[in-house]
Design a protein around this ligand. Structure first.
Ligand SMILES: NC(=O)c1ccc[n+]([C@@H]2O[C@H](COP(=O)([O-])OP(=O)(O)OC[C@H]3O[C@@H](n4cnc5c(N)ncnc54)[C@H](O)[C@@H]3O)[C@@H](O)[C@H]2O)c1
Length: 263
C-alpha cells in the first residue's frame, strides 16, 4: 500500500545520494516530489528516472545558500503541487581541513550550505505553513495539516578529525531541530534530525577507493554492520514522515550501523 499518495515532498540535495534515494522512495509510494539542487545535470537525470518509473516529480535548480533562490524554489513547489507536506534538507558538501589549515572560505561554504541553508528552507516552508493555519484556525493542533521537517545531520556532529566546519554545522542543526520542535508543534509541524554514519554516496569522492582501499577497510572495520547504503537512511526518513511516527517530535535519530563510539 502507498503511504504518501497525493503528499508533496520538497527535497534539497535531491539530485544525488541520500536525497536522490529518498526522492525515488517517496515517488514509489505515491508522493509528488520536488528536487531542489544546484546540480542541474543530475537533477534532470533523477527527474527523468522518477518519471520513467511513473512517478510525479519536478526538478528546480537552486542554491540553498541563497535565500532568494530558496524562496523562489519553495514558491514554485507550492504553485505546482499545492502545499508541501514534508521538507527534507539533504543538500550537503564536505570541505574538510585540519583546524590550523582550514580556510575561511571552506568554513563559510560548509556552514552556509548545511546550517544557513537549513534556516532558509525551513523558514520558507514554515512561513507558508503558518499562513495556511492562520487562514483556517482550528481548536485542536491535530486538526491542522500534518507536516514534517527532516534534516540530515551526521554522526560527525559529535566531533571528527578534520571536520571542524562540518561538525559545527551538523551539531548546530540539532539545536535548530529542538527549537523548531518546540516552536512549531502548535501548528502540527514535527521536526526531526537523523545522524547517519558513513553511507556510500558521491559526497565521499575518492575516499573509499584511494590508497588501495585502505580507508574502505578502515571504515568497514569500525562500523559493525559495514559502510551503509542510502536505503538505510531513506527508509528512516520515510518512517519519520509516515503516520507511524505521528506522535513523535524533535527527535534526533542515529543511523549508526551498530556503531556507538565516536566517528
Ligand atoms: N554519505 C554519508 O556518509 C553521510 C553521512 C552523514 C550525513 N550525510 C549528509 O547527508 C546529506 C546528503 O549527502 P549525500 O551523501 O547524499 O551527498 P551527495 O553529494 O550525494 O548529495 C548532496 C547533494 O547536495 C547538493 N548540494 C550541495 N550544495 C548545495 C547547495 N548549496 N544548494 C543546492 N544543492 C546543493 C549536491 O549537488 C548534491 O546533489 C548531506 O547533508 C551530508 O552531509 C552524509
Amino acid at each position: 500500500m502507498e503511504r504518501f499518495t497525493d503528499k508533496v515532498a520538497f527535497i534539497t540535495g535531491g539530485a544525488s545520494g541520500l536525497g536522490e534515494k529518498t526522492a525515488k522512495d517517496f515517488a514509489a509510494e505515491g508522493a509528488k516530489v520536488v528536487l531542489f539542487d544546484f546540480d542541474a545535470e543530475n537533477g534532470k537525470r533523477v527527474e527523468q528516472e522518477i518519471k520513467d518509473a511513473q512517478g510525479e516529480v519536478l526538478f528546480i535548480e537552486g542554491d540553498v545558500r541563497e535565500n532568494e533562490s530558496v524562496q523562489n524554489g519553495v514558491q514554485k513547489a507550492f504553485d505546482t503541487y499545492g502545499p508541501v507536506d514534508y521538507l527534507i534538507h539533504s543538500a550537503g558538501i564536505l570541505k574538510d581541513g585540519m583546524i590550523h589549515k582550514l580556510s575561511e572560505e571552506r568554513w563559510n561554504d560548509v556552514i552556509n550550505t548545511h546550517l544557513r541553508g537549513f534556516f532558509f528552507v525551513l523558514q520558507a516552508c514554515v512561513q507558508r505553513w503558518i499562513d495556511i493555519c492562520k487562514e483556517n484556525p482550528k481548536d485542536e493542533i491535530a486538526e491542522y495539516p500534518d507536516r514534517r521537517v527532516i534534516t540530515i545531520s551526521s554522526q560527525a556532529a559529535e566531533g571528527n578529525i578534520g571536520q571542524l566546519n562540518y561538525s559545527a554545522a551538523k551539531s548546530g542543526m540539532l539545536g535548530m531541530v529542538k527549537t523548531a520542535g518546540l516552536e512549531l508543534i502548535r501548528y502540527n509541524i514535527k521536526t526531526h534530525a537523523i545522524m547517519p554514519t558513513l553511507i556510500e554516496t558521491p559526497i565521499l569522492g575518492e575516499l573509499l577507493s584511494k590508497d588501495d582501499g585502505k580507508w574502505r577497510k578502515y571504515y568497514s572495520g569500525r562500523i559493525p554492520l559495514g559502510i551503509g547504503e542510502p536505503k538505510y537512511v531513506s527508509q528512516v526518513i520515510l518512517f519519520l514522515c509516515s503516520t507511524d511516527s505521528w506522535f513523535m517530535n524533535g527527535e534526533i535519530i542515529g543511523i549508526n550501523g551498530g556503531r556507538l563510539d565516536k566517528v
